[in-house]
Write a protein that binds this ligand. Sequence first.
Ligand code: NDP
Ligand code: BG6
Length: 515
Amino acid sequence: MTGGHARARVLREGPFCLEDRPPPCGVVIFGASGDLAHRKLLPALFALHRRGLLPPAFFVLGCARSPLGDDGFRERVRATLRARFPDRPAGAVRAFADRHAYLSGDYDDPAFYRRLGERLAGLEAEAGTGGNRLFYLAVPPGVAPRIIEGLGAAGLAREEGRGGAWARVVAEKPFGRDLASALALDERLHRVLSERQIYRIDHYLGKETVQNILMFRFANAIFEPVWNRRYVDHVQITVAEAAGVEHRAGYYEGAGCLRDMFQNHMLQMLSLVAMEPPASFGADRVRDEKVKLLRAVRPFPPEELGRWLVRGQYGPGGTGDDRVAGYREEPGVAPDSRVETFVAARLLVDNWRWKGVPFYLRSGKRLARRVSEIAITFKEVPHSMFEGLVPAEPAPNVLVLNVQPEEGVALSIQTKKPGPKSCLTILSMDFSYRDVFGVEMPEAYERLLLDCMLGDQTLFLRHDDMEVAWSLLTPVLEAWAEERPGVGEVYPYEPGSWGPAAADGLPGADGRGWR
Ligand code: NDP
Ligand code: BG6
């Protein structure tokens, strides 16, 4: 195709587009000095505030070990927000930062939780939040259980006897490192909290385009009839990053791509794109269907893993000023590390809708470009009456749900090229969120923090969601850990490529290729 102009426009907006404002509440961020807090959480809260979506009675209490006082923390909050929102008036940033307080201490010390209780009581009385509390665990994975126990022992996350005030806890990924550790972590959470108080976050579910999968599939009558094995040839889900591991080697060396991306984001997108229609948009109805779908994914046969999964690790690339460090050269990475930075998988879903339709999933760091998309390739026409006119390559219709960075939807179709000759042309009908709605896409954390405050768990993982994902992947991790020849080979790949050539063999074995 050689350029062109496509147009989509809003015909009519739904009547219920106004977002709800949550009730008064205080947000307690553990790990408030850290990367997640400053890169994502504080900017997301400020963005909600700008959109009028925070309650007037609201405060943030940052907690960490770093010895900062209220003033020191507020200064950091201001610096974070000024850098992120340079166009905002200093007064607005200052006023918002003034709603932040800080408490430093040792998470293992019961005295810390006594002080936390006192500080919370004071802030709640001052702000008038009525005791509603959202605790956000933005700390390294091993630290979170200690905080939960401390909160439990001090009764700070209790709901009973507090006049109807709620207490919720947001648990960050990684949620365990295999099935056994995830179950153990869950058990510790449940000693203190009920399931409806636990918000296991997967930020991909907060992305507008990921949420749109459900609207697209189930609010339009024309897609569901073809969304199955009769019409769909295969599905590809790609989450590619151009960046490397950056400063997160400490975490990544103990994780790798399968735990970091597949156990959560990739399997969540798979479940949304392949699940059955839920009876309603209620949290448990949606999560029931996601879990049902994941339970239908065929387990990977450990003895022939190489036919189903390929893992890779980026090596060095380029020369001179353009040289890119290989994963093993990154600070904090072992020089002989076998941790994968890329995984490609072929999955089958054993149910009536999808029997025999392969799902190809791939994700990796230092790939050719940053792109996340779900591509549904439909079957070719059963008989072509245009022999000789069709383009050299077969051109089935492909529906692409673009998750990022160009959020939108594209459908490739074949059409007649204008002119006296009967020529077929493949073109793409594109819809771009940015063009149509003319707004900046909200950050995933905005939506997710708002939902926590509103008590809506639809976009959060339920215990069985997390459990079934680990059940599928833990045998793979165990087989890889054995390092048997032919199982879990770590193929090097060039930075800026689409991963190791071996990954081509997954769709290749079925006579297909990556997009
Ligand atoms: P950081 O490494 O920045 O740690 C956050 C804070 O935790 C630090 O500022 C530090 O504060 C405190 N901390 C570090 N080590 C310890 C320890 N041993 N005991 C007690 N406190 C400690 O982590 P991130 O902010 O990057 O991540 C937080 C959580 O969010 C992790 O679970 C991570 O996996 C998850 N996550 C992060 C993402 C990101 O983009 N950063 C993306 C998705 C998930 P202090 O020393 O002041 O106490
Ligand atoms: C995080 C992973 O969950 O998602 C990171 O830990 C990854 O390794 C990130 O870079 C990708 O998120 P996004 O929103 O930038 O696609």
